[in-house]
Write a new protein. Structure first.
Ligand code: HEM
Lengths: 217, 311
């Protein structure tokens, strides 16, 4: 009994404040875990199991772009719920993975769907609201990806945080893109919409809480 | 979703191996069927598998048909779920025997046909292109008979201007109908001249055997010059009438799916282009042909009609 408490304390400490080597191991593992969707997609396609591989690539990469956006948005609420502080230091990687899958998604569209027929692509962007909105989300992701380096964080100082609030626009655009493209069954996009709404409402609540508390007094 | 994808993937890789082996095809199908049934958690009677002798037809295309695997594992059949892989997994629950098709309305002799009598019609193989409204296509070796052969037996009256079709509605066997993705039962319709056209068939088989359940067993419509959703599956009723009948996708989104829904590269779906298509199994896209390449035979049905308005 006594043993278990003496054992548990250092474990809990490691969890709260991992040393540099443990943190590097956590970060490295997360890096690999985030590649699993890509590995699964690649295996699915290369094994010949896919009947319509290009559709699966478009859908898989799009779905994972959206999922990584939402996972990135989960970091702050998890932190507030008592998750250890180092989680914040992993957020950048999660955001960059959203960008990575977005690039894959866009490239699939540009290459395997349109075969770089730029006239048709421009027509598509102008004419089809779901493509317009998806493209807008991607363009807005660009400055976030570019300014994700340490150098840019230093240079932009407080403005960096402000700039990166663009994700509050990008994620809803991603959900809207999904809602507008489904043929009939709205179930999955609505599930993503509900999760996003919860994540954003939590932020509104956190922002308004001091004002509300003051008013009650 | 993830584990489910992986399971179907495994099943597919394994069954690909099976069909790759050079043993008699019938045995392969049997094995595969038993394997799939077992892995889906239900054992179906193997008696459902029967070879269907059918005559060749000059109306068949000479293009290479897609593999049986492609045709039976990538389906739109919302009664069994909206995922392309769901019909293959869940349609096995559908009881396709006993089965009857009632043909009534504006006819001299309304009749209810038993599926066995439909299987005894003069069957032909019809290898047709199928173009889905979603932008993909396949080549499918159906077995069936002209719808006209059936309609002639009930003698449509002079007031029979349209033909309405209905899919069976079996909430206990169709997990997808628990959600109102569409207004069940699934309904489709044709103008009488479209219905009587020699290209229009009722299919009861595929690749030399009775129709697999995910493809619309025991009897489905095939209208090769229209988008795939017009070719209604698992038909339980055919009703002839004077007025244009309501149809499922048109009711769901009238601005996106018209009553005619002829394949037309010049009229885009409001949300995506219809100019090109991806033939399943091919890397590059093909240009979509007017009336899915059947214009020579069917364009005359629409002479004088504005096909942009009647899309
Ligand atoms: C941050 C940006 C984006 C996100 C989050 C996103 C997300 C998604 C999602 C979730 C899907 C549906 C997957 C499924 O049905 O399982 C999808 C499909 C699709 N997306 Fe995106 N997307 C983005 C940007 C883009 C861009 C820039 C383009 C092209 C210019 C694009 C083109 C498409 C296409 C063509 C489809 C398939 C539509 C269909 O099946 O009819 N997306 N995307």
């Amino acid at each position: 009994m006594a043993d278990s408490t003496t054992l548990a304390r250092p474990l809990a400490l490691h969890w709260q404040q991992p040393g540099p080597r443990l943190f590097a191991a956590i970060k490295g593992s997360l890096f690999l875990v985030c590649l699993l969707p890509l590995a699964q997609l690649a295996w699915h396609i290369l094994s010949g199991a896919a009947v319509n591989p290009i559709e699966d690539l478009t859908h898989g990469s799009g779905t994972w772009t959206l999922r990584f956006l939402l996972i990135t948005l989960c970091v702050s609420p998890l932190r507030a719920l008592g998750a250890p502080g180092w989680l914040l230091r992993l957020r950048r990687m999660l955001g960059l993975y959203a960008f990575f899958y977005a690039c894959l998604h866009l490239l699939t569209y540009l290459w395997l769907d349109q075969f770089f027929d730029w006239a048709a692509i421009v027509r598509d962007i102008v004419k089809r609201p779901f493509i317009t909105v998806g493209m807008l989300a991607f363009v807005l992701l660009l400055p976030l990806a570019i300014t994700s380096t340490d150098g840019w964080i230093r240079r932009l100082k407080r403005n960096w945080g402000k700039l990166h609030r663009l994700v509050y626009v990008i994620a809803p655009l991603g959900v809207l893109h999904y809602l507008w493209l489904v043929k009939r069954d709205l179930q999955s996009p609505l599930i993503y919409a509900a999760i996003l709404a919860a994540l954003l409402l939590w932020r509104v609540w956190r922002y308004l809480r001091p004002t509300l508390a003051a008013r009650v007094k | 979703m993830f584990p489910c994808e992986i399971t179907t993937m495994l099943i597919k890789t394994l069954t690909d191996r099976l069909s790759a082996a050079d043993i008699t095809p019938q045995e392969v199908y049997l094995n595969r069927r038993q394997f799939m049934a077992g892995s889906a958690g239900l054992l179906l009677p193997v008696s459902a598998i029967a070879a269907l002798p059918a005559a060749k037809s000059p109306l068949s295309t000479s293009e290479k048909p897609n593999s049986r695997d492609d045709i039976t594992s990538y389906n739109n059949y919302y009664e069994f779920g909206t995922g392309k892989d769901e019909p293959a997994l869940y349609a096995q629950r559908l009881k396709t025997r006993p089965w009857t098709v009632t043909v009534d309305g504006e006819v001299a002799h309304a009749r209810t046909f038993d599926i066995d009598s439909l299987l005894k019609m003069k069957l032909q193989e019809r290898i047709y292109r199928l173009r889905c409204v979603e932008g993909w296509s396949m080549v499918i070796p159906w077995i069936g008979f002209p719808l006209a052969d059936l309609l002639k037996q009930v003698q449509p009256t002079s007031r029979a201007k349209y033909v309405a079709f209905e899919t069976a509605l079996r909430p206990g066997e169709m997990p997808g109908v628990a959600r109102r993705v569409l207004d069940w039962p699934y309904r489709e319709g044709l103008r009488i001249d479209e219905a009587m056209h020699p290209l229009t068939i009722l299919a009861v088989g595929l690749y030399g055997e009775v129709l697999p359940k995910q493809n619309g067993a025991p009897v489905r419509l095939v209208v090769p010059w229209k988008y795939g959703f017009k070719s209604i599956k698992s038909i339980s009723r055919i009703h002839l009438l004077e007025k244009q009948p309501p149809t499922s996708w048109n009711m769901a989104a009238p601005n996106e799916y018209g009553f005619y829904s002829n394949v037309n590269p010049a009229v885009d779906h409001p949300r995506w282009s219809q100019a090109t298509e991806r033939r399943i199994g091919e890397f590059f896209k093909r240009k979509t042909l007017p009336f899915n390449g059947y214009g020579d035979q069917v364009a005359g049905l629409y002479r004088g009609m504005d096909l942009r308005r009647n899309f």
